[in-house]
Design a protein around this ligand. Sequence first.
Ligand code: SF4
Length: 230
Amino acid sequence: MTSDPFETAAVNEYQRSLNDIGKLKSTLAPLQKSYQRFDKIIATSIEDSPTKPACKAGCFYCCYYKVEVKAHEMLLIHEHMQKKLSAELRSQILECAKANAELIRSFTAQEHLSTNLKCPFLIENQCSIYEARPFRCRSFHAVQVDGCEASYNNPSDFTIATELIPDVSHYSDALSQGFEAAAMDAGFDHRTYDLNTALLEVFEDPAIEKRYKRGKKAFKTAIEVVDAEE
Ligand code: SF4
């Protein structure tokens, strides 16, 4: 048994999620449960930290960064949008995703990283899918707003550093990786997709869920993000 608290958190999250996925034969309700555990552990980690995040409602800089999602995260966002958002808001979000996707498809990977694009879910400087936002958004935080503002104003300058709370970052990685490893070991698509193109496809192709449940590549036209280590 390891004494590393982050490794322990990752292993616990993996086992609980694998168990939930096996019982419920789906990843969506288990993902919601994993998000709840994640939020609790991160809140405790922030409470225990002498430094605090500068993040607050209405601050939007990080919502102009490139956002990536796993297939199960986009399927949960889709379910959330159908249940909780008005048809008018959904079409406003999809219009923005469409405009972003046209630009993204013309970009190189480097241009995508160095261009500010408003996340389609950012409405009046608030996340319109806050309860269903993906792990990457839940993980992001900063101790000083200056770095976020500087990155926003100079998106191609990758030397600008954002000061993070180490324990919050380590728990975020441990917990999200714990869930993702469980979904992968249960046989579901574990690829990473660009958020805008995946959002358009999830509304266009009802067969995505079927492919996902069969362990196949769920998204066919969304841009797949290949991790550097793959
Ligand atoms: S999903 Fe929400 S939190 Fe994440 S980038 Fe978009 S608006 Fe921001």
